[in-house]
Design a protein around this ligand. Structure first.
Ligand SMILES: Nc1ncnc2c1ncn2[C@@H]1O[C@H](COP(=O)(O)OP(=O)(O)OP(=O)(O)O)[C@@H](O)[C@H]1O
Ligand SMILES: [Mg+2]
Length: 253
């Protein structure tokens, strides 16, 4: 009889791993979607920070926000982000359309803006295509033996395809290639409606939705697992809270 053991990667997010049989099945690609301020970046950074503390090198790829802003915002949490960066357990790769070379702080040298290996149009001119994003990530994964990857966000590369009709094909190719890289990857995507589906959602091994909306006079903040292949999982909306430790999952709504 075949016994296939699937290793699970803990996200380290309090209350979340229990919802998915202990963690994400390793070496697969997942999507964390949600509206502005839903906690996508926090989710991704926590996943990498936890990995870094157990010796797994994490790579955070920024496509819209600058790494400096993300590092500065995320350093507000007590996740030891600056230390993990200095120890090179947490790497940042800036693939945004407008690169900022003005590093003046001590993180210079570990956060890279490098795009040198690419002989394509200047990155200042346009957002990188899925192909270029993949190639850059592949370089980093090989060079630094990266095990966990977060891409922030897919929306930034989705619309760079010249031919609209090629867009879905290109995204599906991107997802397949990312899976082949062998890292446990979380792709963040800006989405306001959990019932509008995209290629990424169908091709991802799991989809997690971060809710953030007004009800009566207060904001509802919750997480919901839309799908998680090969996993017995909770499907309900679970309240989340943000505190010094990052985001934490509480009870059912
Ligand atoms: N130190 C902190 N303590 C408590 N809450 C915080 C803290 N830092 C951030 N938050 C909350 O987290 C929210 C932002 O979360 P995050 O940046 O992860 O969301 P996002 O989904 O990535 O947003 P965007 O779509 O803008 O990229 C803030 O709006 C704030 O409510
Ligand atoms: Mg964000």
């Amino acid at each position: 009889m075949w016994v296939i053991t699937m290793m699970r990667e803990k996200t380290g997010i309090t209350g979340f791993d229990e919802l998915i049989q202990g963690g994400l099945i390793e070496k697969r690609v997942y999507l964390v979607s949600g509206p502005p301020g839903g906690g996508k970046t926090t989710f991704g950074v926590q996943f990498l920070a936890y990995g870094a503390t157990i010796g797994e090198i994490g790579l955070y790829v920024t496509l819209s926000e600058s790494p400096q802003n993300i590092v500065s915002d995320m350093s507000n949490y007590s996740l030891n982000i600056p230390t993990l960066i200095k120890l090179k357990k947490l790497l940042f790769l800036d693939l945004g359309p407008t690169l900022d070379y003005g590093y003046g702080d001590d993180l210079h040298g570990v956060i890279t803006t490098s795009y040198d290996s690419v002989s394509q149009p200047a990155p200042e001119a346009e957002a990188p295509s899925p192909f270029i994003v993949y190639k850059e990530i592949q370089n980093f994964v090989k060079q630094y033996e990266v095990q966990r990857v977060v891409i922030d966000s897919v929306s930034a590369i989705r619309f760079t395809t010249v031919e609209r009709s090629q867009e879905e094909k290109e995204m599906s190719r991107f997802m397949r290639n990312m899976k082949k890289l062998g890292c446990t990857t979380i792709i963040l995507s800006e989405l306001t409606d959990p019932s509008t589906y995209s290629t990424e959602q169908f091709t991802a091994s799991g989809v997690i939705f971060m809710h953030n909306f007004m009800r009566d006079d207060s904001m509802v903040r919750a997480v919901q697992i839309i799908k998680m292949r090969g996993t017995e999982h909770d499907c309900d909306m679970r309240k989340i809270t943000f505190n010094k430790q990052g985001l934490q999952v509480l009870d059912r709504m």
